[in-house]
Design a protein around this ligand. Structure first.
Ligand code: ADP
Ligand code: CP
Length: 312
């Protein structure tokens, strides 16, 4: 039997932020991933990184210059570190969960670079929130360092960086080779390390790519059957959080476009998921995307919950 190929996007719920939180969250996420593997899926797994990459950037740059051995690290290097920091925990948690179920599979993290366009509008209009919430004084200090910040209602301030569109995945052949060998691959974590191609040289870009967007691109490039976005809500809603909230079981791509125009999906959270789902599903016939809560992945795939996005 040909196994179904899927890309799974793991959000904040699957990761936590601090190392102790991450260890617990990754363990729980591994159970959902193992459920999917037991259900017969061949998986490429990607994940969020905005809190972590901000934390790493602050940690790396706070001490820069105070000692000759501590030098500043650009955002692209911090992205690479976040892939290692998160991938390490995820691959070991998934490996352990699979072994507990009597399944032997190598699980590996591919340090993944993603090509972006140097003229992408996002470089002129940074909007991606990263890192912890700050008070006004801390935010002003960040601005003095040349960083951009934005006010977040009820939470304080947060740093913002460019989130250019992912154009190509440099290590895609390695990802495909591992997948074809029946192994479990964690790739393009945190949207991938954004790079600008300068002839044979890849120059790290100061940006953080939207992980849902890179999941759609990965799914396209491996010609996946499913895009599975595991997040903090069981279903997508119209009028989310309002009195007339309406949870959706299924949504065609035409409906999704209309709902996006009507502003039903919040920028930076649900909107990139819907955009990714529409882009992937419209790529070829027979594809579908699922958005559901982390612990109900298999129920979602079996049509018991979640919101399914289909071409139409
Ligand atoms: N229309 C909507 N339907 C459901 N959830 C929505 C909607 N608009 C915004 N959200 C919010 O999007 C969140 C998921 O996005 P996000 O927190 O960025 O997840 P992740 O970390 O999994 O990528 C939900 O927890 C919910 O608060
Ligand atoms: N890179 C990225 O999209 O991370 P978040 O999901 O944490 O915003």
């Amino acid at each position: 039997m040909n196994k179904k190929k899927a890309v799974v996007a793991l959000g904040h719920k699957a990761l936590g932020i601090t190392l102790p939180e991450q260890k617990i969250a990754a363990h729980e996420a591994a159970a959902s991933i193992a459920d999917l593997i037991e259900d017969g899926y061949q998986l490429v797994i990607s994940h969020s990184n905005a809190p972590q990459v901000g934390m790493i950037h602050t940690a790396m740059n706070e001490f820069a210059g105070r000692h000759p051995e501590f030098t500043a690290a650009p955002m692209s290097v911090c992205s690479a570190m976040s892939q290692g920091y998160i991938g390490y925990d995820l691959q070991n948690s998934i490996r352990e969960e699979l072994l507990n179920r009597g399944i032997y599979k190598t699980v590996s993290t591919v340090l993944t670079q993603v090509k972006v366009d140097p003229y992408d509008e996002a470089f002129y209009n940074p909007e991606k929130k990263v890192g912890r919430y700050m008070d006004q004084e801390e935010a002003e200090l960040e601005e003095k360092k040349g960083n951009y910040v934005t006010e977040v209602p009820d939470k304080g301030y947060q740093r913002i960086v460019a989130a250019p569109k992912p154009r190509d995945i440099i290590e895609i052949d390695a990802i495909k080779a591992l997948l074809d060998a029946g192994q479990v691959v964690i790739a393009a974590g945190g949207g991938g390390i954004p790079v600008l191609a300068q002839r044979h040289h890849l120059k790290g870009a100061s940006a953080v790519i939207e992980k849902d967007a890179v999941c759609a691109l990965t799914a396209e490039l491996i010609d996946a059957d499913e895009l599975i976005i595991l997040t903090a809500v069981e279903k997508v809603a119209l009028n989310y959080g309002k009195e007339n909230e309406q949870w959706l079981d299924v949504m065609t791509t035409t409906e999704a476009r209309k709902y996006m125009e009507e502003g039903h999906f919040a920028a930076g959270s649900m909107l990139p998921k819907i955009e990714a789902a529409v882009e992937f599903v419209e790529g070829r016939e027979g594809r579908s995307a699922l958005i559901t809560i982390l612990e109900k992945a298999v129920d979602g795939l079996n049509g018991k919950t979640g919101t399914r996005i289909v071409k139409g």
